[in-house]
Structures are given as C-alpha cells and as structure tokens.
Design a protein around this ligand. Structure first.
Ligand SMILES: C[S@@+](CC[C@H](N)C(=O)[O-])C[C@H]1O[C@@H](n2cnc3c(N)ncnc32)[C@H](O)[C@@H]1O
Length: 238
C-alpha cells in the first residue's frame, strides 16, 4: 500500500471504512480499559474518524496522524470546527488544531518524538487503533508496531500504566484481498508482545454486519479488541 494508493482513495471518495457512528467497542471498552480523562491519545492513521470526537468529549487530548490532507480538512469541516493550520516545516507535517483536537497531516512513519511533543512538550499516554494496523500489508506491520511502542516510551510520563486499544479483523486472507487485511491474534502477539502486555477484550463474529465482505468471498469475519499495556522494562528511544 503506497501513499499514492491512499491519496487516490480519498480523492475518489472510496472510503468504505469510514463510519458515521462511534465505534461500539471504543464506547464499550475504553471507559473500562482505557486511561483517565486528561490523557493524550494518539490515533495513528486516523482518517476522519468520529471516534476522535468521542475521545475528546471524554476529556482526552487527541493527536491524530493522517496521510491525506483531504481527510484532515474533511474532519474539521464536517464537524463544524475551525482549526488553526500550521506548517511544521522542515518536519514533513501540517498541524491542524482546535481545542483538544490536533491532527498532523503527513506520514505516520515520519513522526518523531520531537514532532509529537509539539510546542508544549506534551507526550502521549495511549493509542487508539481501529482499522489502522489492518490497513497495512504484512511487510509494513512490524515497523508500525515498533514505532508505536517507541513513541509511547519516548514521550511517556507519569506513573499510570499506558493502556491502548487495538481493534483488528481476522478472516481467511486467501479469500479476499486487503485492505482491510486479516491480522490474527498470533500475529498481534508477535508484533506487540515484546513491548506490551496483551489481553483480548472481545472476539466477535461480525460477518453479518459487513455484507460487502461476504459478497467478496468471506464466510467468516471476526473482530478482535485488544487491550495493550506498555511494559516498563524495554529501553526508551532517544
Ligand atoms: C482504513 S483507513 C482507517 C482510518 C481510521 N482509523 C478509521 O477508523 O476510520 C486507513 C487510513 O490510514 C491512512 N494512512 C495510510 N498510510 C498512512 C501513513 N503512512 N501515515 C498516515 N496515514 C496513513 C489512509 O489515508 C487512511 O485514511
């Protein structure tokens, strides 16, 4: 999946992953598994997800990162928000921000601890990943997972555990081309276990909710919700 692939999807409005409702697993599990209000939550590969509004309404500072400037502009415009836009050059990001909502338009892989901290030095305390890991083909997932962990470590603070929510899909990959890609629990463990303690919060059959995927050949589709708690023992990135 090249950046061009995603830019074209946004240009053509082919954004079938986007939901006009708040993710039900976020609403159900974040209050139980997530961190307290006030924490700054990173939403990588955020699209124009309304889940960011939900997190902000719960008192979180939200930092979304999205490749497509079309998506970033749409997020603010469609929600009646008038952001301040700042070019962060020489960093390859544009920052769009209003109140507790901040989106960086640019490539997540280029996000460094320094850019993430911004002018006020704030780190991140948690990650919310819905349809982000599973947007990536297998070869890109290890770098994504270790980048997330190192950003959390490098910008951490405080004594509260850093708890993140990860929502994935799993199905027989041979039956359908991604994205979304199938990511099994075994792969999630292989990708994240060195840095995170992993609990499965939910494992649900969601095929009936996605008739389009049945039409594309799936006869099984499971959605997994993971609670990831950052381990304290791995050395921090500088
Ligand atoms: C499947 S969508 C999911 C969006 C969002 N998480 C949601 O739930 O609606 C994946 C998004 O990741 C963005 N994206 C892909 N690669 C990216 C990258 N390297 N850096 C930042 N965003 C990226 C795409 O433009 C797309 O909006």
């Amino acid at each position: 999946m090249t950046p061009e692939f995603w830019h074209q999807r946004w240009q053509r409005g082919e954004i079938g992953w986007h939901s006009e409702t708040i993710n039900r697993h976020l609403a159900e599990y974040w209050p139980v598994l997530g961190g307290p209000a006030g924490e700054r939550v990173l939403v990588p590969l955020c699209g124009k997800s309304l889940d960011m509004l939900w997190l902000a309404a719960r008192g979180h500072r939200v930092l979304g990162v999205e490749l497509s400037p079309i998506a970033v502009a749409a997020f603010f415009a469609e929600n009646g928000l008038r952001p301040q836009v700042t070019d962060l050059a020489p960093a390859p990001f544009e920052r769009w921000a209003v109140d507790e909502l901040e989106l960086l338009a640019g490539d997540f892989s280029a996000l460094s601890p320094a850019i993430l901290r911004g002018a006020d030095g704030a780190g991140i305390d948690a990650v919310y990943d819905r349809a982000s890991l599973i947007a990536l083909p297998p070869a890109l997932r290890p770098a994504y997972a270790s980048h997330l962990a190192s950003l959390l470590r490098a910008t951490g603070g405080g004594s509260t555990p850093k708890v993140s929510l990860l929502i994935t899909l799993d199905y027989e990959q041979a039956r359908m081309q991604g994205p979304p890609f199938a990511v099994s629990e075994a792969e999630v463990r292989a990708l994240f276990e060195a840095d995170f303690r992993i609990d499965v919060a939910a494992d649900v059959d969601v095929l009936e909710e996605h008739p389009g995927f049945r039409a594309r050949g799936l006869d099984q589709l499971r959605e997994h919700v993971y609670r990831l708690e950052l381990r304290s023992s791995v050395p921090a990135e500088t």
